[in-house]
Unconditional design. Structure first.
Length: 298
């Protein structure tokens, strides 16, 4: 794995009066980071940590030689970032460790729009650091059921992604998410069990990816011009994954929640979408991001 760029915070390890050291995260920390997420009953596998770490800059808090907290940021282009996997061991909560990690991650990002998904416990901290609520996410999961396919209008169809259309999917994702993430989309396509494109008379109008994650599989991102075409993409992939554990994290305003429950994917969590900095911009007529990559990567 290539060397990680240093997070701007402190530039090196910093020690507080309570003996907690904050330092840049390295690949050697991934085992303990996974243990922290398991302690929180988060579903991430070691390989999931490795995959997100490959694109991130991260920090850990260490006490008595043991990692007790993590936080990561992902820089997308020159003007955007996401923050996630902010975890503090229950034994060390109440020591402002999360505040120290977040403050460090935010150093040097005043010119960026920063996006995150907040737990109920973390929302107050993020508000104090300048984040504002912009929406909600609904996490749905369960054993996917055989799913009736959604009929599309004439001229529209679903098809597998081709080898030479990565650039088109990069643009669709950028327009829908509001930030450029080409390296991430390339990696997701490489990992995918399936990547399906919504095609209108030879032009890509949306796409969705099914891949391994956590306890089973995840569907995301899902980019589409409207809710019905998003359903068509999801139904196709959920049907492929019928009988297997499947997760999808949707925008609350997507109008998909009730339909997802009807195909066996029940709501289990409701994180809050929060942004610091300028609002995300979307071109006129852009498709929507109906389902996230993950709550950390957004």
């Amino acid at each position: 794995m290539p060397p990680k760029p240093a997070v701007s915070s402190s530039k090196s390890a910093s020690v507080a009066y309570d003996g907690v050291v904050v330092r840049p995260m390295t690949a050697d920390d991934l085992h303990e980071a996974h243990a922290l997420s398991a302690e929180q009953r988060w579903p991430h596998r070691p390989v999931d940590w490795e995959q997100v770490f490959a694109h991130s800059e991260g920090l850990v808090a260490e006490r008595d030689g043991k990692v007790v907290a993590t936080a990561q940021r992902w820089l997308w282009g020159d003007h955007h970032a996401t923050i996630g996997l902010v975890i503090v061991s229950p034994a060390c909560q109440g020591r402002r460790i999360g505040h120290r990690l977040m403050s460090a991650l935010l150093e040097g990002m005043d010119n960026r729009t920063v996006l995150l998904q907040a737990t109920a416990e973390g929302r107050g901290l993020y508000e104090r650091l300048g984040f504002v609520r912009t929406g909600e996410v609904r996490q749905h999961q369960g054993m996917a059921q055989p799913t009736p396919l959604i009929a599309l209008p004439a001229g529209w169809r679903l098809r597998p992604a081709g080898l030479n259309e990565a650039a088109a999917l990069h643009q669709l994702d950028q327009d829908a998410r509001g930030m450029p993430r080409p390296a991430l989309i390339d990696e997701l396509m490489d990992q995918a069990d399936a990547c399906v494109v919504l095609d209108h008379e030879g032009t890509q109008k949306g796409f969705a990816i099914l891949r391994r994650f956590g306890r089973g599989h995840v569907i995301g991102p899902v980019v589409a011009p409207d809710a019905e075409s998003a359903k068509a993409l999801i139904a196709h992939l959920a049907g492929m994954n019928a009988g297997r554990f499947t997760r999808i994290d949707i925008d609350f305003d997507s109008s998909l929640a009730e339909w997802l429950e009807s195909i066996g994917l029940l709501r289990v969590d409701t994180p809050t979408t929060m942004v610091r900095g300028a609002p995300l911009q979307h071109p006129e007529g852009a498709p929507r991001l109906f389902a996230l990559v993950t709550q950390a990567l957004c």
